[in-house]
Design a binder for this molecule. Structure first.
Ligand SMILES: [Zn+2]
Length: 237
C-alpha cells in the first residue's frame, strides 16, 4: 500500500505542477498585452505633443503674416502723408497710422506670449520623447522575457503531461477511480494528503487516534473522515 500511495502522491504532484504552469501560461499573454498598451500610450503621447507644437507654430506664422500685413498698411498710409491736401486729412491719416500700429503692437504681444508657449511645448515634446527612450528598452526586454518564459513553460508543460501519463500508467487500477473521485470533491484538486502527528495535512484536523494507529501499519487504503481525502502516514522526514 505504501508504494501505491507514493505513486498517487507523485501523480498528484505532477498534476499540481501542470496546473501551476497552465496558470502561468494563461496570465503571461495579459502581461504581454499590458506592455504593448504601455508602448502604444508612450508613442501616442509623443504624437500628441508633436501635433500640439505644430499647431502653435502654425498660429505663430499666422500672426507673423498678420503683423507684416498691418505694417505694410501703415507704411502705405505713411507714404501717402505728403500727398494729402488738408490738415484734417493729414490728422486723419496720422490717426489711422496710430490705430494700425496699435493693432501691430497687440499682435506682437500675442506672438511673444506664444513664443513662451512654444518653448514649453518643445520641452514637453522632449520629455515625452525621453519617456519613450527610457521605457522602450525596459518594455522590450520585459516582453522578450515574457515570451521566453512562455516558451519554456510550454516545453515544461509538455514534459509534465508526459510525466503525468507515465505515472498514471503505474497507478493501481483499483486506486485510480478512488483517486479521481476524491480529486473532484476537493476545491484545491488535492486528493491525497499526508498525516503528520495525527493531523491530516489536507484539512488540518486531527484524525481519530484509532485510524492514526491503523494508518501507520500502511496495509490498506484509508480516507480522512473529515475531508474525504486519501490519507497516508507521513513521517516528518
Ligand atoms: Zn482531512
Amino acid at each position: 500500500m505504501k508504494i501505491k500511495i507514493q505513486t498517487l502522491v507523485r501523480l498528484q504532484n505532477a498534476e499540481i505542477d501542470i496546473h501551476r504552469v497552465e496558470k502561468a501560461l494563461a496570465v503571461a499573454p495579459k502581461r504581454f498585452d499590458e506592455l504593448t498598451v504601455e508602448r502604444q500610450r508612450l508613442a501616442d503621447a509623443v504624437q500628441a505633443a508633436e501635433a500640439h507644437l505644430a499647431e502653435l507654430n502654425k498660429r505663430y506664422r499666422e500672426l507673423e503674416g498678420e503683423a507684416r500685413q498691418q505694417q505694410d498698411r501703415a507704411a502705405k498710409r505713411g507714404a501717402r502723408l505728403h500727398e494729402v491736401k488738408t490738415n484734417k486729412e493729414y490728422q486723419a491719416t496720422l490717426k489711422e497710422i496710430d490705430d494700425i500700429k496699435a493693432i501691430v503692437s497687440g499682435v506682437e504681444d500675442e506672438m511673444l506670449t506664444l513664443l513662451d508657449t512654444i518653448e514649453a511645448a518643445k520641452r514637453n515634446l522632449e520629455t515625452k520623447k525621453q519617456d519613450v527612450a527610457d521605457r522602450s528598452q525596459v518594455l522590450a526586454d520585459e516582453a522578450a522575457a515574457v515570451e521566453q518564459a512562455m516558451a519554456e513553460d510550454r516545453k515544461r508543460l509538455e514534459a509534465l503531461r508526459q510525466e503525468r501519463e507515465e505515472i498514471a500508467g503505474r497507478v493501481d487500477p483499483e486506486l485510480m477511480p478512488i483517486y479521481l473521485k476524491a480529486r473532484v470533491q476537493q476545491p484545491d484538486q488535492r486528493a491525497v494528503a499526508g498525516v503528520v502527528n495525527g493531523v491530516c495535512q489536507g484539512c488540518h484536523m486531527n484524525i481519530p487516534p484509532q485510524l492514526y494507529n491503523e494508518l501507520q501499519r500502511q496495509d490498506d487504503l484509508k480516507i480522512c473522515p473529515l475531508c474525504q481525502r486519501i490519507i497516508y502516514w507521513q513521517n516528518e522526514t
